[in-house]
Design a protein around this ligand. Structure first.
Ligand SMILES: [Cu+2]
Length: 805
């Protein structure tokens, strides 16, 4: 087992050790977040009496494990819709329905039989919603490189009155920077001097907003489906960056035509609504998008969509790709979705009254795969190919067949990883443990050969029931969240397996002209030969804590303190500094952008403005106590290395002291943005980002990527106490490196950031963010834009807005 050279405490172990919650860089007694101009809230309104809180099912051991078959693709006879994209438009509808997440043996506390859990899902338009469906997962879309595909996504989710999902209505938090269709103030005045203001406790009432993002897609920002592209179910309101191919007037659908120009990759699509992604995805809005490339030469027995014949081939039930969408969930005692948060939540109360219904990280006490809790899969004694998506809110998995305290397997198959987030590795990588953070994908092969009939193997999870912080001893409950699913061998007869065998010495997937274009040398942890970086950005992750160490009592409720928000480069989403006197002033003048901020015309100030064709090194400097999966839209990247640094926790010779001392007044200012000017300076080590150079504080070896990280990625583990360096080139991934710097050939087939029609000076943005969706919903996300290469004008681009997409 590989170990990270890392010993800092996670938040949970820190709580155990000290009795405090949180406490990280920039701990402050009060940020001065205050406001005026809002109706006073009486203490009794801290909770909403109109809601009957659900009773959480705290003991998940009462749920029968391995009682439900894993949902498979419809082409393999399973219930997951499989849609092969062709030339005609594909209609996908977001619907509310019941899905059988729990086994038949589950007994609802209120009596009767379990007849499904209310969920949301993407369904092929016109699908019968049933009385119940087997799963909400899906569909799995199969698209072909070089063939654009048009989708019409319709929001039929109804309203907060019509939905049966109380986890949604109870947990939507209007104090977050969110879609906010009703335009209510985020903070309201409270009747004590400290805090004088609390997060608006009113629950949202109205049509449900949704946005559809194709994760990992190289596509124009207009159809990227980012946070401000949301649209509500009755079509009455849309976000500032809404786009539909047939015009951007308000409607309850959007038409996106994806160019499908990038390399073959296991993409996925999921909701991305501003400040509500954690709930929309939790309720079920996620599917897979397998982009295949018929021109990519794969070894014999490895098909574009599976093994041998593959999903579309002659033996689909054996040869198909098996999706594994892993998501932890919590239920109430009636088997309905439960989401933590809220002042009355028994085991996960809100840490601060700034955000009464926001929980810093959601962790469920069950594990669902493809929409079923603890399923099983019957397999023959042969190889299978899997497409894994960690679609969880915050949970990091360490998947293994190795034994745990609760599970002793009779055999310990290895995991042969063949692909990362963004496509095939050059060579398969043998793993006894696969670590995946939220948003990450992996394709792998497991060989069940040699196992006899009836053999049962449990895929275990060694990851923690709390934010992963690098401590490998912090592990899930072995008998519940320490288990993911079970494999049952049903035909142990020796079979002639003609599929690709990753265990053969020298087995190769991509080579010669099809090999990965290398921006980095993964063995050395350096830039690849011939690659020159145009610039380095150094970007600091910080957690903003409040009310520590004593917490605060309000109306008989205790708020222990903890993260009020988590930020990339100490900047809020909009790139605006909060007002000392009125947090709602974020929306009104005077607006003070962070250092280096450039207006995007829709109210945000951008700092990451890469030039098309440039190769950049991004250094993510993680000063928080937890690992964060950092995700870029549009551009894929290659992990170069990781290196620990001395934070110092306040010691004068540590990075934290130097960082804090760089702010005006020599004291950390929450959400001020970077302390220095954004451009390169001597103090920043000539790096962009506006932060004091971390180089003098580096104290560990340069750790190259692990072999299974040595491919194209779009989401990467950034460990606490480490600098994580990746190389991103703002151009299509498969272009060669021979003209690396400033070559006119290094561009996209479209203008990345189109102008928003009818809005002078406004553009569609991309975003980069943490993929712990609870974090991205609370400011750990920044918009960005690519400056197009003027040598390739719009007329010379293959795809044009309004015509091609
Ligand atoms: Cu995060």
């Amino acid at each position: 087992m590989e170990k990270f050279n890392f010993t800092r405490m996670t938040r949970r172990s820190f709580i155990k050790a000290t009795g405090l919650a949180g406490a990280a860089l920039g701990t402050i007694a009060a940020t001065g977040l205050q406001l005026v101009d809002s109706k006073r809230v009486h203490a009794a309104n801290l909770t909403d009496a109109s809601f009957t809180p659900q009773t959480p099912l705290e003991d998940s051991t009462t749920i029968e494990q391995f009682a439900q078959p894993l949902p498979l693709l419809s082409v393999a006879g399973g219930p997951i819709q499989t849609i092969v994209a062709g030339a005609s438009q594909i209609g996908i509808s977001m619907e509310e329905f019941r899905a059988r997440m729990l086994p038949d043996s589950f007994a609802p506390a209120s009596g009767g039989n379990y007849d499904g859990t209310w969920v949301w899902g993407y369904l092929s338009a016109g699908t019968d919603k049933g009385p119940t469906r087997e799963t909400y997962t899906g569909p799995v879309l199969v698209a072909t490189r070089g063939k654009p595909t048009e989708f019409k996504f319709t929001n039929n989710l109804g309203t907060t009155d019509s939905t049966q999902i109380q986890a949604y209505t109870y947990s939507i938090d209007q104090s977050l920077h969110w879609a906010n269709p009703n335009g209510v103030p985020r903070y309201v005045e409270y009747d004590t001097p400290d805090p004088k203001f609390i997060g608006n406790p009113a629950h949202y009432s109205g049509p449900i907003p949704a946005a559809v993002h194709l994760h990992g897609a190289e596509d124009p920002a207009a159809i990227d489906g980012g946070p401000e592209s949301w649209f509500v179910s009755d079509g009455s309101k849309v976000g500032k960056a809404f786009y539909s191919k047939d015009g951007n007037s308000a409607k309850n659908y959007c038409i996106y035509r994806y160019p499908n120009v990038q390399e073959a990759a296991p993409l996925w699509f999921h909701d991305h609504t501003l400040g509500a992604t954690r709930l929309n995805v939790y309720c079920g809005l996620a599917g897979a998008y397998a982009l295949i490339d018929p021109n990519l030469s794969l070894p014999p027995g490895l098909n574009a969509t599976g093994l041998r014949g593959g999903a579309l081939g002659p033996n689909p039930s054996d040869d198909t790709l098996v999706p594994l969408v892993i998501q932890d969930r919590k239920f109430d005692t009636d088997g309905q979705l439960y989401f933590t948060g809220g002042p009355d939540d028994p085991d996960n109360p809100s840490p601060t009254p700034d955000h009464l219904y926001w929980s810093p990280e959601f962790f469920g006490n069950t594990i669902a795969v493809n929409g079923k809790v603890w399923p099983y899969l019957e397999v023959k004694a042969q190889r299978y190919r899997f497409f894994l998506i960690n679609g969880s809110n915050a949970r990091t998995y360490r998947l293994t067949f190795q034994d745990t305290a609760a599970t002793v397997n009779s055999a310990h198959p290895v995991i042969w990883q063949i692909g990362t987030d963004q496509g095939y590795l050059d060579k398969p990588v043998r793993l006894t443990e696969l670590m995946v953070m939220p948003g990450e994908r992996a394709e792998f092969i497991i060989d069940f050969a040699g196992l006899s009939d009836g053999t049962k193997l449990v895929l275990n999870n060694l990851g923690p029931d709390s934010p992963f912080g690098g401590d490998l001893n912090d592990q899930a409950v072995p008998s519940t969240t320490g288990r993911v699913m079970q494999f049952v061998v049903v035909s142990g007869a020796s079979l002639v397996d003609t599929s690709f065998d990753p265990s053969v010495a020298g087995a190769s997937i991509r080579s010669k002209k099809d090999a990965i274009v290398r921006l980095v040398d993964p063995a050395a942890g350096t830039l690849a030969k011939g690659v020159v970086a145009d610039l380095t950005r150094s970007l600091v992750l910080v957690e903003i804590a409040k009310y520590e160490p004593d917490g605060v009592n309000l109306d008989g409720k205790f708020f222990a303190g903890g993260p009020a928000e988590v930020l990339v480069n100490n900047s809020k989403w909009m790139g605006l500094r909060p007002s000392d006197s009125d947090p709602n002033e974020m929306m009104r003048p005077p607006l003070i952008p962070v250092n280096g901020g450039v207006a995007d015309g829709v109210g945000n100030w951008l700092t990451e403005l890469p030039k098309e064709g440039d190769t950049e090194i991004w250094e993510i400097v993680n000063t928080t106590m937890d690992a964060h999966p950092i995700h870029t839209h549009l551009a894929q990247f290659q992990l170069m290395n990781r290196q620990s640094f001395y934070l110092g926790d306040g010691a004068p010779d540590g990075y934290q002291a130097v960082y804090n001392g760089s702010f005006p007044g020599s004291e950390f200012i929450p959400a001020y943005g970077p302390p220095l000017s954004y451009g390169p300076s001597t103090a920043s080590g000539n790096k962009y980002g506006g932060n004091p150079d971390v180089s003098p504080f580096l104290d560990g070896d340069v750790l190259p990527p692990k072999p299974n990280e040595a491919g194209w990625k779009d989401t990467v583990l950034a460990l606490p106490g480490y600098v994580t360096r990746f190389v991103v080139r703002w151009a299509a991934t498969d272009l060669g490196i021979k003209n690396n710097s400033n070559a006119a050939s290094l561009r996209y087939d479209f203008i990345p950031n189109d102008a928003i029609p009818g809005r002078s000076g406004a553009i569609y943005d991309y975003v980069w963010h943490c993929h712990i969706v609870d974090h991205e919903d609370n400011e750990m996300m920044r918009p960005d834009a690519v400056v197009p290469d003027p040598r390739t004008p719009l007329a010379a681009r293959k795809f044009k807005m309004g015509i091609d997409y």
